[in-house]
Ligand binder design. Structure first.
Ligand code: PMP
Ligand code: GLN
Length: 390
């Protein structure tokens, strides 16, 4: 890896995020962008109108560091309504600039130099950088595919990962990029180990409303876990508003205070006119959430079947809006090479999952496609892939 002049040693090696690189490639080649995860249709009009009205009439000045009071109430209502968690809106919520800031602020706010953070590989790209910024070290546990095309971890490997330097486990469920939804038994094991080793948990639940099989469960709800768990989410994925960058962390006051303390010196506060509209989004009725997931399930089925018809070996996701496919049968041994060739070969952009692994060779054969696109766009991408891989 080439050294970047002037860049601090904590960020050497992190380069440019793959999502920006692949979106730039899609723009340059005019390919269909199934790389970076964002929907091609904006979220509810009434919610966007509320944000526009707020930009005209206010609030437009600094909101409170921990977020507008009514948004904090809406977040606590949401946590109760969907996951049965009782959250004090005054002490147990902090609003952040996207889930990204919540994750970074949690790492910086909770880790000491040299601490270890357990992550499941493949790992969302901001985790490793956030861990490094915090002066900590990642301790990866690899999710490996089974014969049934499910991604699972080895219990012994997870047990071994917990040690005297472990500060926290950073978990993502539903999981990007694999689409795995951690099961009740897996979460129970994680909880047991956190309690046994007195380790904190930070759980990124940005895909909480995108579960197609089974159900999403919050680790914080498990016995003995609330007091050691921070739960993170954001408006982006659940409401198709990824550019708003409003996120939040909920949990016991001590952990939320650590996030807020870091957050106040990173951004101080988060976009004022978006906060009342985000509160309304969280209060949308069940019809919104039901039709959102039903709609996305249809797109999942469409893209997964289409990829299979083009000859890909597909890992059907239980959640998120991503699908992983294996490219080995096309004679490729390197997902990066495959993804760089794909725009020219097929007019489609995908993301090489390699970049999500601490040990890249674990992900050599996997690429990720995003299906949060209009059915006609997915159909066009499928017919291009079928033509490119006859
Ligand atoms: N975590 C995961 C797993 C993600 O996929 C993303 C992208 N939405 C984020 C965090 C960042 O979320 P936000 O855009 O709210 O910062
Ligand atoms: N979460 C999105 C993804 O996984 C990307 C967000 C970003 O570009 N940072 O594709």
């Amino acid at each position: 890896m080439q050294r970047v002049p002037y860049l601090s040693s904590r960020l050497q090696g992190f380069g440019t995020t793959i999502f920006a690189e692949m979106s730039a490639l899609a723009e340059k080649t005019k390919a269909i962008n199934l790389g970076q995860g964002f929907p091609d249709t904006d979220g509810p009009l009434a919610i966007r109108e509320q944000a526009a009205t707020a930009a005209l009439n206010g609030p437009n000045q600094y909101p409170p560091v921990n977020g507008a009071a009514d948004l904090r109430v809406a977040i606590s209502e949401h946590q109760k309504r969907f996951w049965g968690l009782t959250i004090d809106p005054n002490r147990e919520v902090v609003v952040t600039t996207g889930a990204t800031e919540a994750i970074a602020a949690a790492l910086v706010g909770l880790c000491e130099q040299g601490d270890e953070v357990i992550v499941f590989d493949p790992t969302y790209d901001s985790y490793a950088a956030g861990i490094s910024l915090a002066g900590a070290r990642p301790r990866p546990v690899v999710l490996r595919p089974t014969g049934d095309n499910e991604f699972v971890f080895d219990e012994a490997e997870l047990r071994q990962a917990f040690g005297p330097r472990t500060r926290l486990i950073l978990l993502n469920t539903p999981h990007n990029p694999t689409g795995k939804v951690f099961s009740a038994a897996e979460l129970a094991l994680i909880a047991e180990l956190c309690i046994e080793h007195d380790v904190l948990a930070v759980v990124d639940e940005v895909y909480e409303h995108l579960v197609f099989e089974g159900s999403h469960r919050s680790l914080a709800k498990l016995p003995g876990m609330f007091d050691r768990t921070l739960t993170i989410s954001s408006v982006g994925k659940s409401f198709s508003l990824t550019g708003w960058k409003v996120g939040w962390a909920t949990g016991p006051a001590a952990l939320v205070t650590a996030v807020r303390t870091a957050k106040q010196f990173l951004t101080f506060a988060t976009g004022a006119p978006f906060q009342p509209a985000t509160a309304s989004a969280l209060r949308l009725d069940d019809d919104y959430f039901d039709s959102f997931v039903a709609d996305m399930r249809e797109r999942r089925d469409l893209l997964c079947e289409g990829l299979e018809s083009a000859g890909f070996d597909v890992f059907w996701p239980d959640g998120t809006y991503f699908v992983t496919a294996n490219i080995a049968q096309f004679g490729y041994v390197d997902g990066i090479e495959f993804c760089l060739a794909l725009p020219e070969r097929a007019g489609v952009v995908a993301v090489p999952s390699q970049v999500f692994y601490q040990n890249q060779t674990d992900g050599d054969y996997f690429v990720r496609f995003c299906f949060a696109k209009q059915p006609a766009v997915l159909e066009e991408a499928i017919s291009r892939l079928q033509a490119a891989f006859p």
